[in-house]
Design a protein around this ligand. Structure first.
Ligand code: FES
Length: 357
């Protein structure tokens, strides 16, 4: 069973022309359940034009603010993002799952750490939450933010970020990169490239001192930054990333196509969820267990359906599956048999998966 809780919109703030910040009033009796870590996300559900829509959005608020806020940037043809930007009103109720996600490190107030952050566009949302939290709780830590946008007007949360720089004077450095506006410093014009990252690690980032690096944005940007920083000597386990979109690169498409090739036709699937069993036979129309199960009437948790959020994870108890893409589970989780059901192509005659994990 998927648990959703009704939460009411208490405030709507236009951050830019195409981005709205939504603050929720979480009822007192479920506030403890809705406690979250900086960098986690909410999965929201609503019905638009008779269609049930689910989307995950990172919380941009910090747990230290005792506030639940997400920001939704309008995307072309985006059903939920257009609804949020055009139609949603203060007082409306949306449904939300409990906060989830692994894009954080624990706060360590007694430590002095150096953090670096890379964000593009709405990728700033979890990073803002992390920044606010660690700035407030780790008095001696320092932070550098590299933030990519089209132009100054499109910078989401610019005012709030500037306020943080002033409040925590000397501990937060900000570098705005713009793609559609030229400034005097060539380094800051245009997107992150190999050359720019080289320049950053030569002149601005001392990788030997970096304790944690957080990256949030589109896939190519994340992997470019990760690889460049690793080349410059930063250990991979210090680099944490959150993908906002996936499945679009050639590499992903190729991987997904390979997995689908290995699909067993007509697998007998057993789902264990909430202690109960549900059986169905995989239909030719679906290549993954989640879609197959939903089409057969199961009620299972999911959000992104893109291998990114891990809401749909389950454990393979019997049989085998191959994942199309996986940007959510760590290697040790996969080794324990966990899979993303939205990406899990069954490759054996019988498969049993357990969602109670
Ligand atoms: S629903 Fe997000 S990873 Fe499957």
């Amino acid at each position: 069973m998927t648990d959703f809780y009704p939460i009411q919109v208490s405030e709507l703030t236009k951050e830019t022309k195409d981005c709205v910040a939504i603050t929720f009033d979480v009822p007192e009796e479920i506030r403890d359940d809705f406690a979250y870590k900086q960098g986690q996300y909410l999965t929201l559900k609503t019905t638009i034009d008779n269609q049930e829509i689910r989307r995950s959005y990172s919380l941009c608020s910090s747990p230290v603010e005792n506030k639940w806020q997400v920001a939704v940037k309008r995307i072309d043809q985006g059903i939920f993002s257009n609804f949020a930007n055009n139609t949603l009103q203060v007082g409306d109720t949306l449904e939300a799952m409990l906060p989830a996600g692994n894009f954080y490190v624990e706060v360590e107030p007694s430590k002095t750490k150096d953090y670096i952050f890379f964000a593009a566009g709405s990728g700033i949302t979890p990073i803002l939450s992390i920044l606010k939290t660690h700035l407030a709780k780790e008095e001696n830590s320092t932070f550098k933010l590299f933030y990519l946008n089209r132009n100054v007007k499109s910078i989401i949360f610019k005012e709030e970020i500037e306020n943080l720089r002033n409040t925590y004077f000397g501990r937060l450095e900000i570098f705005y990169f713009l793609t559609k506006e030229q400034r005097d410093i060539p380094l800051l014009n245009g997107r992150f490239t190999e050359e720019k990252l080289q320049e950053l690690t030569d002149k601005i980032i001392d990788v030997t001192n970096v304790d944690e690096c957080f990256v949030c944005g589109p896939e190519e940007m994340i992997f470019l930054i990760r690889d460049q920083l690793v080349n410059a000597g930063l250990s991979k386990d210090k680099i944490h990333y959150e993908l906002f979109f996936s499945g679009s690169s050639e590499e992903d498409k190729e991987k997904a196509a390979q997995a689908v090739k290995h699909k067993f036709e007509g697998t007998e699937v057993t789902i264990i969820d909430g202690g109960k069993e549900f059986h169905f036979e995989m239909d030719d129309d679906y290549d993954n267990i989640l879609d197959g199960a939903l089409a057969s009437g199961a009620d299972l948790p999911f959000a992104c359906k893109g291998g990114v959020c891990s809401t749909c994870k389950c454990k393979v108890i019997e049989g085998a599956v191959e994942m199309k893409i996986n940007y959510a589970l760590e290697e040790d989780e996969v080794a324990k048999g966990l899979v993303l059901s939205c990406q899990a192509v069954p490759t054996t005659e019988k498969v049993v998966v357990d969602f109670d994990v």
